[in-house]
Design a protein around this ligand. Sequence first.
Ligand SMILES: *[C@@H]1O[C@H](CO)[C@@H](O)[C@H](O)[C@H]1NC(C)=O
Ligand SMILES: *[C@@H]1O[C@H](CO)[C@@H](O)[C@H](O)[C@H]1NC(C)=O
Ligand SMILES: *[C@@H]1O[C@H](CO)[C@@H](O)[C@H](O)[C@H]1NC(C)=O
Ligand SMILES: *[C@@H]1O[C@H](CO)[C@@H](O)[C@H](O)[C@H]1NC(C)=O
Ligand SMILES: *[C@@H]1O[C@H](CO)[C@@H](O)[C@H](O)[C@H]1NC(C)=O
Ligand SMILES: *[C@@H]1O[C@H](CO)[C@@H](O)[C@H](O)[C@H]1NC(C)=O
Ligand SMILES: *[C@@H]1O[C@H](CO)[C@@H](O)[C@H](O)[C@H]1NC(C)=O
Ligand SMILES: *[C@@H]1O[C@H](CO)[C@@H](O)[C@H](O)[C@H]1NC(C)=O
Length: 868
Amino acid sequence: MATVATCLLFFTLFTTSYSAIINTGSVTPNFTTTHFLLIDNEGVFLRSINGTYTAAIINPKPTSQSYYLLIRHASSGTVVWTANRNTPISNSGDVRLSYTGITIHDDSGVSIWSTPALQSTVASLHLLDSGNLILLDRFNKTLWQSFDHPTDTIVTGQRFPVGGSLIAINSPDDFSEGDYTFNLTSGDGILRWKSLTYYRLLMDPKAVRNLNQPVSSLMVNGSGIYLFGSPESNVAIRVLITPAAAVSEYRILKMSTDGQLVVMRYAKTEWVTDFSTPGDSCRSPSRCGKLGLCSTGGCSCPPGFRTAPVSGCLLSDKLLSLPESCGGNKPPRESNSSENFIYVQLAAGMKYYPVDFIDPVRNGVVLSTCKSLCSASCSCLAFFYGNQSGSCHLIENHMGSITSSSNNVTDDKLGFVKTISSSQNQDDNSNSDFPVVGLILLPATGVLAVSVFAIWMCRRTKNNKMRQNSKKLDDNSYSDDLEMFSIAGLPVRFDHEDLVEATVNFSTPIGSGGFGTVYKGVLRDKTVVAVKKITALGAQGKKEFGTEIAIIGNIHHVNLVKLKGFCAHGRERFLVYEYMSRGSLDRTLFCPGPPMEWQERFEIALGTARGLAYLHSECEHKIIHCDVKPENILLSDNMQVKISDFGLSKLLSPEQSGLFTTMRGTRGYLAPEWLTNTAISDKTDVYSYGMVLLELIQGRKNCVQPLSDGSGNPSTSTDGQSSISSGSNNRPRARAFYFPLQALEMHEEGQYLDLVEPRLAGRVTSDEAEKLVKVALCCLHEDPALRPTMTNVVAMLEGTLLVSEPRLESLNFLRVYGRRFTEPSTVVTGAEIEVPSGFMVVTNDSSSPSASPNSFSYMSSQQVSGPR
Ligand SMILES: *[C@@H]1O[C@H](CO)[C@@H](O)[C@H](O)[C@H]1NC(C)=O
Ligand SMILES: *[C@@H]1O[C@H](CO)[C@@H](O)[C@H](O)[C@H]1NC(C)=O
Ligand SMILES: *[C@@H]1O[C@H](CO)[C@@H](O)[C@H](O)[C@H]1NC(C)=O
Ligand SMILES: *[C@@H]1O[C@H](CO)[C@@H](O)[C@H](O)[C@H]1NC(C)=O
Ligand SMILES: *[C@@H]1O[C@H](CO)[C@@H](O)[C@H](O)[C@H]1NC(C)=O
Ligand SMILES: *[C@@H]1O[C@H](CO)[C@@H](O)[C@H](O)[C@H]1NC(C)=O
Ligand SMILES: *[C@@H]1O[C@H](CO)[C@@H](O)[C@H](O)[C@H]1NC(C)=O
Ligand SMILES: *[C@@H]1O[C@H](CO)[C@@H](O)[C@H](O)[C@H]1NC(C)=O
């Protein structure tokens, strides 16, 4: 019997993973594959005949959901070509070879990339040993080849035609088109940043013009870079590179993300850069950000400027701000006067390299004329004026970093930066553009080192320097109260004495959480309030604290707890909230007493969903709650549901141990991406919401762990389940128990009523239960992209949107998760953690807040995440 079963299993595996075979040389239509099917081949589906190159569907960053069809040099792993560089797909997006060419489809089957219309029918797709991916017809005629469409790299022997361009990738994790381009023109190779030229290949001391002929193509080989004239035997320009690469060595030419055109050689095991131009790295205009001053010592700001939060520099004078370009297409702003603008002169000798490539708009004019020309153009950000020649160069649309010239100042141009005088505080301006980021570091437990963005704003910035630079904000530490009062929209400020009085010296604690203890208080006007004393506060100054609570305080929604005011007293911070008479959901739901009616559960589910949907999409700043759980869902006597603790994650500092308390409290609601390196998003809250929904359905905690003493009794009284375990169903209740898995299994069997709290038997219809269970399971999809948005959850609950079918392939992790959960061997007590095959459960010790991060509870989905 066992043999039969094994054979069957093998058979099934074999038939479903037919595409997992790595083809050599070529494939023929109809061929379809996805990363998911290729997982055992690390995404590879095609290999060149001698194995030098492979074609694969992979994600550059192991935990990202951005997959690309690309060609790699097999031994070095270097990506030399990417098909869908601006439109990555998920691991289930597919790549198809049909008679009409290659197409790439996203999850929903929409074509997001394809080869152009071809002259005849495709007979085969070949990956050549040269690295060229070609489509042939049945007469072996080439219909299309990847060499004609290079991305950022050309390989040895590849012909790069005049008019072609290499566009650098954004970052090693993101293959989309970045800001740097290398164009081959008939006269030279041009290096551009955005629309600005900053260098030419012929400017490099190694570049030699051999023949005065127009260039027709470029090639790199073992001895250097060759720009051919016509016929191709004529070398027009050459860049000899020493040492010449050995025949066995592999060489590529690449436009790099930092604006350098490089020639690299793969010498046995490592990459060696043989040539890099421009030699002066300060020539790359993004090197130090907007108006940053680049020198051999690194980046700084020119006199009169200070470091900007993200990158580059801002004016030291906070009353002046830098204008945003209106973009080149719009007509100049209607303005006669240059009075609107104040021009700040850069110190003598400050040089902006792209100016050398910008033709003057006028020559022989006086400075004031040049100034008004800049004022008249809304895309003008600065101008450079030749003091001797009277030439006027306008810097439009983009301003990069500058350098300090040590050469003779006499023929250098004078730089003037356009600024807008504003009465508004410059810091507030910059803050509004700067995503508020709470960088939370979870403890590294051997395999896990997780850093996540807790909260970010709707406007995203792709600047990677954000994190480093966000520290600089703190350096400016404004502890001055005056600064704080300048923040618009700040809620009411309470005196510390008032709060002491209202709470009778903080004598009535009504709850505690990761952020601190909550006390009941009564204000003088008899309003009952909840006063939260924040203990796990980050090291921000009052101003940063103020900025953040101004955001929280301006969020008004019927399903969100209202922040009434705050208090900053010395280093202490208090938040004053409206009081919710019935306390948090966990008390009512998990504690002994009459069961909550189904209708009430449904209202709570809906109210919570509405509150989260508002945070995620409707309020001005997108807010991810990060800690959705019954403890944070508050109820009042009149059946109101309100979410608390939103917006607080960013008040925490990574070092603060209180954070880990939060994380511990959240165990069981944590989405898998908290534990992998995947970005935290609003979908992380959706996952936690799904967990809460399951608890609402069954009326008890999703995860029940056995005591480590093996007595078989439920460990904690907070589960409140011993009192309700007298129901008639025969689920093993005294054992370790993982409800989400049961929900999945009962969903597969269609037995929805089995999941509902037994005490509600007869008061719930199967349809009602099915709806909530399905919504919950959809929220638990392992792939965040497959989870519905909270807005859609609301619509599904309200009945205006059809409830989606849960996708089993994205829920299979629950099986592994659940099985591991109930295996006693994976229950580890104490701080010494070993990771049993990528998974662990640490018992929920709720006492010592000072315990080392290692002892906190995690359920890793690290290994669980893959379908292997
Ligand atoms: C390939 O797909 C096309 C279009 O779907 C179909 O007409 C054709 O019969 C298929 N060929 C094979 C060999 O499956
Ligand atoms: C594979 O073929 C290419 C092109 O013919 C050749 O340059 C390369 O050395 C070969 N590699 C191996 C490992 O045989
Ligand atoms: C195309 O190339 C293959 C392999 O080189 C060869 O077997 C086939 O005969 C060629 N077909 C034609 C029509 O030339
Ligand atoms: C340079 O490349 C870009 C991007 O492909 C293209 O838009 C532009 O026209 C090219 N410029 C020249 C001068 O070839
Ligand atoms: C590189 O190409 C140039 C021009 O075709 C040629 O003269 C040179 O010998 C080649 N070098 C190598 C190492 O193949
Ligand atoms: C600009 O100045 C001209 C003449 O000096 C005047 O006619 C015109 O109305 C002014 N435009 C604006 C927008 O002020
Ligand atoms: C610009 O030129 C004028 C007159 O030629 C001279 O007086 C002035 O010092 C120059 N300014 C700078 C900054 O070089
Ligand atoms: C600076 O200019 C002076 C006179 O124009 C010249 O003699 C000197 O060599 C120059 N120095 C440099 C470093 O170019």
